[in-house]
Ligand binder design. Structure first.
Ligand SMILES: Cc1cc2nc3c(=O)[nH]c(=O)nc-3n(C[C@H](O)[C@H](O)[C@H](O)COP(=O)(O)OP(=O)(O)OC[C@H]3O[C@@H](n4cnc5c(N)ncnc54)[C@H](O)[C@@H]3O)c2cc1C
Ligand code: SF4
Length: 325
């Protein structure tokens, strides 16, 4: 591992100033479960590591009048065990519990989960310089792409590995971005950026900015939601495909619905065509098939990952049926 300095800011203002003023490459460390691996392997390099654990006010789950504020340094286990999350946002609890292992959930944070780097094996190999690392080629495109994107790949075919992101986006969460000039709030969906914006990054954070919290709106009357994660192995694993469904159900039909998939695209992927097909009609397996077929018209599977199209239908069916039940 290359040497780096560590900074331990005490306040968010100190943090913002450090990030904005550093002349060396900076890495923020939350729980460190992803970042330390990257620094050890040399996939990430930093002259300055900024420890977020010392910054006051970044952790904690706070009920507010219009919803729930989740600070980025809240550990995943705290989200999974929170009573308000269990009562009002069961799909978020499900997503948190589905993620990694108990040890990782004890250390990993909500912000780290939302900002974790991709698992593409070419990206994680320090010897390989692909487009994401400033090279010219995407090796997954012609090479091994079993776990890669079937939607939205554009010169880079990573998938968003976060389980929390699809669940939060389906619930309408917003992200607060901290900067030296004050906070900015964006829909969490807009926090993620596709490869065509900047292939080297996965979100919109610019130099000097950090993710501060996510805010989930209060549940609407009749709100139902479900999170389904399909994995290759029964034990801990990243999602091959996951589906987060949230909406309002009246008389067996979704009056409102949001469908967000994980594991299928470089960003959490909203299936708007499936939402349109599902909205206002009595839920049935045939309707979900129609919805999946409409959405899958936009899919571009590669040589090894065509199986994900079947999993999109399977995950969508399970999530829609569970939410509507
Ligand atoms: C074996 C293993 C299995 C896993 N399985 C799953 C899984 O099934 N599902 C899943 O969703 N995840 C999974 N993960 C990922 C795991 O959840 C993440 O490692 C963890 O959530 C990262 O949290 P952290 O707090 O340790 O982040 P860190 O490692 O500290 O940071 C991760 C990245 O986010 C950046 N970052 C952190 N906080 C902020 C912030 N506030 N603002 C801006 N950038 C920030 C860091 O700079 C770094 O690049 C797995 C990881 C491992 C190692
Ligand atoms: S999918 Fe992205 S990270 Fe993976 S090899 Fe291609 S450019 Fe690199």
């Amino acid at each position: 591992m290359r040497e780096f300095k560590i900074a331990e800011p005490r306040t968010m203002d100190e943090l913002a100033a450090l990030l904005a003023e550093s002349e060396e490459p900076v890495a923020m460390m939350a729980g460190g479960t992803d970042l330390i691996d990257e620094l050890k392997s040399g996939v990430a390099t930093a002259g300055l590591v900024v420890d977020l654990r010392t910054v006051a006010g970044l952790a904690g789950i706070t009920p507010e009048k219009d919803g729930l504020r989740v600070g980025v340094m809240t550990r995943v286990v705290e989200l999974a065990e929170d009573a308000v999350v269990a009562r009002d946002y069961p799909s978020l609890k499900e997503a948190a519990l589905s993620l990694a292992t108990p040890q990782l959930r004890n250390v990993g944070t909500v912000g780290g989960n939302l900002c974790q780097r991709p698992r593409c094996w070419y990206y994680r190999d320090p010897q390989v310089v692909c487009r994401k690392k400033g090279g010219f080629n995407c090796f997954a495109f012609q090479g091994r792409n079993k776990y890669h994107a079937i939607f939205g790949g554009s010169g880079c075919f990573i998938v968003c590995p976060s389980d929390l992101a699809p669940a939060l986006i389906s619930l309408g969460a917003k992200a607060t971005i901290g900067t030296a000039k004050g906070d900015k709030v964006v829909a969490l969906e807009q926090f993620y950026a596709p490869p065509e914006v900047d292939v080297t990054r996965e979100n919109v954070l610019a130099k000097g900015q950090f993710l501060k919290d996510v805010r989930v709106p209060a549940p609407k009357a009749g709100q139902r939601a479900a999170y389904v994660k399909l994995k290759e192995r029964g034990t801990w694993d990243f999602a091959l495909v996951s589906a987060a469904v949230a909406g309002v159900v009246n008389d067996g039909a979704f009056a409102e619905i949001a469908v967000v998939m994980g594991g299928v695209a470089p960003t959490p992927w909203r299936l708007r065509k499936a939402e349109d097909a599902l909205r206002g009609k009595p839920v049935s397996e045939a309707l979900v098939r129609q919805a999946a077929d409409a959405a899958l018209k936009d899919a571009s599977p590669m040589r090894e990952n065509g199986f994900k199209a079947d999993l999109v239908f399977a995950a969508l069916k399970e999530a829609v049926m569970a939410a509507a039940a």
